[in-house]
Design a protein around this ligand. Structure first.
Ligand SMILES: [Zn+2]
Length: 676
C-alpha cells in the first residue's frame, strides 16, 4: 500500500475551507478522505480520525478542543462539520474515573461539545482524547486484521512491527479500552501507533501527514508479511463448473429467508476470488468462526449460512433442503442468544435470527439486507472478510473473537443505535418493476412508488430519458424494447438478479395507433397487439414465475384504457388490444389468486402525455367543438386528470391487500366508459 498524500491537494483543501475552519482541521479532512476512499482500510462508515486544535467559543475565548469523527459520517466524504469539537481538558479529566457506562460516556461526550446540534462524536472518542498526539487515525485495515485475527496475534505483531507499534489486548470499544490504550502507549511513548488485537490499527503523529503515513506504512508492512508467506494453495486451478442459475435460486432463497414476514434484498458476489473461497474444501472451517472485526457483526451476523446445494439438480427441487439449512441456522442463532444472555445475566431483545451472508459453494456469496444498500454493504464487508481470512491463513490460522465478545458487540446498545430506526414506508422492502418509466404515467408512477419506499427497476426504450428518471430516483434501469419477448424476459431476470426477487409489476408502456378498423392491415394490428397486449403478457408471465418461486404473494398492475369499454371512432387498433388486456388481467387474477398474487388494471383517459400527439388532440377536440384544454376537462368532475392521479391509483392498488380482478377508473368520470 502506498501513501497518496499530496501537498498540493492538501493545500488546495486548506484554501477551500479557509472560511470554514482552520488549517489543522482542513488537513484532518484531507487525510481522513484518503483513508476513507480505500476500502482495504475502512468500509462504509468504519474507522475514525481526530485532531486536537484550538477554536473560538461563543464568548470569543480560544479553547483547546478535540475534533473527532461524528457518527453517521463516512470518512470518504467527510466535511469539516463531520468533526464535532469537544472541550479537551474536560474529556481528559474523565480518565480519573474507575468506570463509566456506555450511556454515561455518550452523555459525557455530548455535554462537552461546543455545538449542541453537531452529530454524536464517535464511540472511540475517549481513546483519541487520552492519547497526547495532535493527529490520530484509526482503521480496520484488511492486512492488519489478517495479523491480529490469529491465536497468537500478539507474537506475530511483535515479530512484524518490533517496538514501532504497541499491542493492546482485545476489549470492547468504550471507556475501558480508551484507558487501556493510553496505558499501553505510556509504557513506551516512542511507538508510532497501537495495534488492537482482533480489532484494528491506531497511528498518531504531530502532523496529519505523519499520522497518515505511519498508518499506510504499518498496513504496507502487514501486507508484505502476508505476501511473503503466500498461501492459498487450495485455490482451484479447474475452471468453474456451470454456474448455478442465480435468477432461479435467488427468489426461492428470498422467500425462505423472510419466513413469510420479513422482506430482504439480496446481493450476489461471484468474482473468481469469491467463487474460489466459497468452493474451498475447507470452507466450513474458514467461514464458521466469526467476524474479522467486531463492528461487522451488525451487518453480517456472527457467521454466514453455508448452503450446500446439489449442483446437478434443478434449484426448484432443492427448496426443502434450503428450508432445513435455514431452520438449522435460526435455531443455532436462538440458542446462541439464549446461552450468552443467560451466561452474562443480561436481558436482551433477540434480533431476527436470519443470516445476512449465505455462502453457496459452486456459486459465490449472497448477502441479504433490509434495503438494497444494506445488502450491498454486507456483501462488501464479507468480500473484505474473505481477504482477511486469506491473509490470515497465509500468515498462520484465522481466528475470530470468542462468541461472548461478539455477543457483547451485537447486543451493545451503542452499536444498535447505528442501525436505521423509525417507521417503515408503505412499500419498504419491496422490489417493483415498471415499464414505460421514462415519461408520463410511467415516470409519475415511478416517483410515487419511490416515495412509498419501493426499490425500483425501471424499463423504457428511451435510454436517455430513462437514465434521467432512474438517476433522480436512485433506481435500477434497463433500456428494453418491449416488443421483443426475449428482451422482456431478460429484463425481469435482470431485476431479480439486482434485488434477489420481485414483489410487483406496473406494466404500463403502450402506444396509441389510430385508423378506421375496416382499413387496418394485419401488420398494423399485429404491431399494436405486440406492445399493447403481448408485452403485458410477457412481463406478467415472467414475473409470475418469480412470484411462485418466492411464495410471498405479489401484484401485477396493468395500464388498460377506457377504450376497453367505450371505443372511440378510428381508435380500433388501440382499443382492441386494450380490451384484451382487461381480459388478460382478469385471467391472471383468476389463476394467481391461490399464490396470493393480486392482479388489477387502471382505466385512465385523456391524460396529457406523449402517447397522443398534440396535433391529434387539437383535431379530436375540434371535432367535438372544444378547445384542447376543454377537451381534457370534459368529464363528470370537470377536472383535468393528470399522470400523478394515475400513479396514485396504481399505488393504491399495490397496497390494496384484498383487491384483485378489478379495474379502477381514473378519468374524472365517464359513465359510458365505466366498467360494468
Ligand atoms: Zn474500531
Amino acid at each position: 500500500m502506498e501513501s497518496l498524500w499530496s501537498d498540493t491537494d492538501a493545500q488546495a483543501l486548506v484554501e477551500r475551507y479557509a472560511d470554514t475552519c482552520n488549517r489543522d482541521l482542513a488537513e484532518r479532512v484531507y487525510s481522513s478522505r484518503l483513508i476513507g476512499k480505500n476500502p482495504a482500510l475502512v468500509l462504509h462508515g468504519g474507522g475514525n480520525t481526530s485532531v486536537k486544535t484550538r477554536v473560538q467559543n461563543d464568548l470569543g475565548e480560544m479553547l483547546d478542543v478535540l475534533c473527532v469523527k461524528g457518527s453517521g459520517w463516512d470518512l470518504e466524504k467527510i466535511e469539516p462539520e463531520g468533526f464535532p469539537a469537544l472541550r479537551l481538558a474536560e474529556l481528559r479529566a474523565l480518565r480519573s474515573l474507575d468506570a463509566l457506562s456506555d450511556e454515561a460516556m455518550v452523555n459525557a461526550q455530548r455535554t462537552r461539545m461546543l455545538n449542541a446540534s453537531a452529530p454524536n462524536p464517535s464511540v472511540e472518542t475517549l481513546l483519541h482524547a487520552f492519547l497526547p498526539h495532535k493527529y490520530v487515525d484509526h482503521s480496520h485495515a484488511d492486512a492488519i486484521l489478517s495479523l491480529v485475527d490469529q491465536p497468537d496475534g500478539a507474537a506475530i505483531c511483535r515479530d512484524r512491527f518490533g517496538d514501532r507499534l504497541g499491542i493492546v489486548p482485545y476489549i470492547m470499544p468504550g471507556f475501558a479500552l480508551a484507558k487501556l490504550a493510553a496505558e499501553v502507549y505510556e509504557q513506551d511513548p516512542k511507538v508510532e501507533g497501537l495495534v488492537l488485537l482482533k480489532h484494528g490499527l491506531f497511528t498518531f503523529g504531530t502532523s496529519a501527514r505523519e499520522s497518515y503515513e505511519r498508518h499506510i506504512a504499518a498496513v504496507d508492512a502487514a501486507e508484505t508479511y502476508a505476501k511473503k508467506r503466500r498461501y492459498w494453495s487450495t485455490r482451484s486451478s479447474l475452471p468453474p463448473p456451470m454456474p448455478l442459475p442465480y435468477a432461479e435460486l435467488a427468489p426461492v432463497l428470498r422467500g425462505l429467508l423472510g419466513a413469510g414476514s420479513r422482506r430482504y434484498f439480496l446481493n450476489l458476489r461471484d468474482s473468481r476470488a469469491i467463487y474460489d473461497f466459497a468452493s474451498d474444501p475447507r470452507i466450513e472451517t474458514l467461514s464458521q468462526q466469526g467476524c474479522a472485526t467486531p463492528d461487522h457483526v451488525i451487518r453480517t451476523k456472527r457467521y454466514p449460512l453455508l448452503l450446500r446445494l446439489d449442483l446437478g439438480r434443478p434449484v426448484y427441487e432443492q427448496g426443502e433442503m434450503m428450508r432445513l439449512a435455514l431452520d438449522h441456522y435460526r435455531e443455532a442463532y436462538a440458542t446462541y442468544v439464549a446461552r450468552q444472555s443467560s451466561e452474562r445475566k443480561r436481558r436482551v431483545v433477540a434480533l431476527d435470527p436470519d443470516p445476512r451472508i449465505v455462502i453457496v459453494p459452486g456459486l459465490g456469496i449472497i448477502a441479504a439486507g433490509e434495503t438494497p444498500k444494506a445488502a450491498s454493504i454486507a456483501a462488501d464487508i464479507y468480500e473484505h472478510t474473505v481477504e482477511v481470512i486469506r491473509g490470515a491463513e497465509a500468515v498462520g490460522r484465522y481466528e475470530a473473537l470468542p462468541e461472548a465478545d461478539i455477543f457483547d458487540m451485537e447486543y451493545w446498545s451503542l452499536e444498535q443505535a447505528k442501525l436505521g430506526k423509525g417507521a417503515k414506508a408503505a412499500l419498504a422492502g419491496q422490489a417493483v418493476y415498471i415499464t414505460g418509466a421514462a415519461h408520463g404515467i410511467g415516470a409519475a408512477t415511478a416517483r410515487a412508488f419511490a416515495k412509498a419506499g419501493a426499490a425500483l427497476f425501471l424499463v423504457d426504450r428511451d435510454a436517455e430519458a430513462l437514465a434521467a428518471v432512474a438517476q433522480q430516483l436512485s433506481a435500477a434501469s434497463a433500456t428494453v424494447d418491449l416488443t421483443d419477448e426475449h428482451a422482456v424476459r431478460a429484463s425481469i431476470e435482470a431485476a431479480v438478479t439486482r434485488f434477489g426477487g420481485l414483489d410487483g409489476v406496473v406494466s404500463n408502456a403502450g402506444t396509441a395507433p389510430q385508423g378506421k378498423i375496416a382499413g387496418a392491415s394485419t401488420a398494423e394490428l399485429e404491431a399494436s397487439f405486440r406492445i399493447n397486449f403481448y408485452a403485458h403478457h410477457w412481463v406478467a408471465s415472467a414475473a409470475s414465475a418469480v412470484f411462485e418461486r418466492q411464495g410471498m404473494g405479489g401484484f401485477l398492475l396493468f395500464n388498460a384504457s377506457k377504450s376497453a369499454w367505450n371505443p372511440g371512432p378510428e381508435f380500433g387498433p388501440y382499443a382492441l388490444p386494450k380490451a384484451a388486456l382487461v381480459a388478460l388481467a382478469k385471467q391472471y387474477a383468476l389463476e394467481l389468486g391461490p399464490l396470493g398474487v393480486r392482479c388489477n388494471a387502471v382505466n385512465a383517459d385523456r391524460i396529457r402525455t406523449r402517447l397522443l400527439d398534440a396535433n391529434d388532440v387539437t383535431e379530436r377536440a375540434k371535432a367535438r367543438g372544444l378547445t384542447a384544454d376543454a377537451y381534457y376537462k370534459a368529464n363528470l368532475l370537470g377536472r383535468e386528470v393528470t399522470a400523478d392521479d394515475v400513479a396514485q391509483a396504481f399505488l393504491s392498488l399495490a397496497l390494496a391487500q384484498s383487491t384483485t380482478g378489478s379495474v379502477v377508473t381514473v378519468d374524472g368520470g365517464n359513465i359510458a366508459a365505466s366498467p360494468r
